[in-house]
Design a protein around this ligand. Structure first.
Ligand code: SF4
Ligand code: SF4
Ligand code: FES
Length: 361
């Protein structure tokens, strides 16, 4: 007798039957069926932790009904899921109002003002949750942190710990951790609150996963209006890895970048992609034409002058010291064809295998 392994499950979400993978979670089935529940502590890259309880739904299996966190519970064959029963909607609204009572005013949220509606305030709006439904708790202090990239305002923190999870488990930087308990808790770097003294690589992932205005891009926050920001999907121009980004622009002016979570890089960026891949566009120091150093100072030259000089000097150096005295360094920002030509020039034109690219640096 052979045991048949069931590879697909039939799950009914709000009356719609869908087929999902045998290992699917209830949240996967909900998304597959086209419904949405708030998931304030969930980032698919680090997996579920089930702490915010916003994704609670009612499930019925073989006549038994229970409430489960959709992000952690596994789906089962024949399961019926209700995402928005009156009881669940009321429950979510109460949780949101409790969270709002721990945080600063939604009208001053730096993420909502400068970038886009944050997940907390988006959910609060959807569920008509009021900021003043419960007495507010004591405001948390902003850490004094001179780093140039990340604005930290923990009075918007809801202790979801997406930032510590992404920093420790995904980026493996181990720069931040949870410090203290309850309303006294905060997100801190080890031993002090200054990110510049921590192992932080300024990858920006904590900003991008944070569902509130607690963490924002310091270079942009306060300088843009969320309603005017335009996002253009592209590839980071900094190195050959080619992580997906969105360029942020306002009235035709480049303002910054955000990672593209739909790209193969799944939202990961390095400090250059996150905070600097746009600034050089308007730099006064960009090279726009050839420069030749004469008497210790660079002077503008024509392409013919520059190419003649290069041919002369390359020939002289090769004759004096041999082809391996020359190294060619190619730009990872160039297209593949240009890099191919560069290695051809190095190997065939100069006669050396000394060719590398700047992706390694
Ligand atoms: S920027 Fe990156 S390395 Fe630094 S704290 Fe955030 S997630 Fe960690
Ligand atoms: S700073 Fe943001 S991501 Fe980190 S625990 Fe607070 S709300 Fe969550
Ligand atoms: S998203 Fe499921 S408990 Fe937070």
């Amino acid at each position: 007798m052979t045991t048949e392994i069931k590879r697909k499950l039939n799950v009914e979400v709000n009356g719609i039957t869908i087929e999902c993978a045998a290992q699917a979670r209830v949240l996967d089935a909900i998304n597959e069926a086209g419904f949405d529940v708030p998931t304030l502590c969930y980032d698919e890259r680090t997996g579920p932790q089930g702490t915010c309880r916003m994704c609670l739904v009612e499930v019925e299996v073989e006549g038994k009904t229970q409430q489960v966190a959709a992000c952690t519970a596994f789906a089962s064959d024949g399961m019926q899921v209700a995402t928005h029963s009156d009881e669940i909607v009321d429950y979510r609204k109460t949780i949101l109002e409790l969270l709002l009572s721990e945080t600063s005013s939604p009208t001053a949220c730096p993420k909502c003002i400068s970038f886009k509606k944050c997940e907390l305030h988006d959910a609060a709006e959807q569920y008509d949750a009021k900021w003043d439904a419960f007495p507010s708790l004591v405001a948390r202090e902003k850490p004094k942190d001179p780093n140039p990239f990340i604005q930290r305002d923990y009075d918007y923190c809801i202790s979801c710990f997406r930032c510590t999870n992404i920093c420790n488990d995904w980026e493996q930087a181990g720069a931040i951790t949870v410090h203290g308990r309850g309303q006294e808790n905060s997100i801190a770097s080890f031993f002090n609150n200054d990110l510049l003294q921590s192992p932080c690589t300024f990858c920006g992932q904590c900003i991008n996963t944070c569902p509130t205005g607690a963490l924002t891009d310091k270079k942009i926050v306060g300088k843009t209006k969320a309603e005017d920001l335009k996002r253009t999907k592209t590839i980071c121009p900094y190195c050959g890895v080619g992580c997906g980004i969105h360029l942020l622009s306002e009235n035709g002016q480049l303002k910054g970048t955000e990672p593209d979570f739909d790209a193969p890089s799944r939202g990961s960026l390095c400090v250059k992609g996150q905070f600097a891949s746009w600034e050089f566009v308007k730099s006064e120091e960009r090279l726009k034409y050839p420069l030749i150093k004469k008497n210790g100072a660079f002077e503008r030259a024509s392409w013919d002058e520059a190419l003649d000089l290069m041919t002369k000097r390359f020939t002289e150096i090769r004759e004096e010291s041999g082809p391996d005295s020359i190294v060619c360094w190619s730009s990872a920002r160039s297209v593949t064809e240009a890099n191919y030509l560069m290695q051809k020039f190095s190997r065939v034109g100069i006669g050396t295998n000394n060719i590398d690219n700047c992706s390694r640096t």
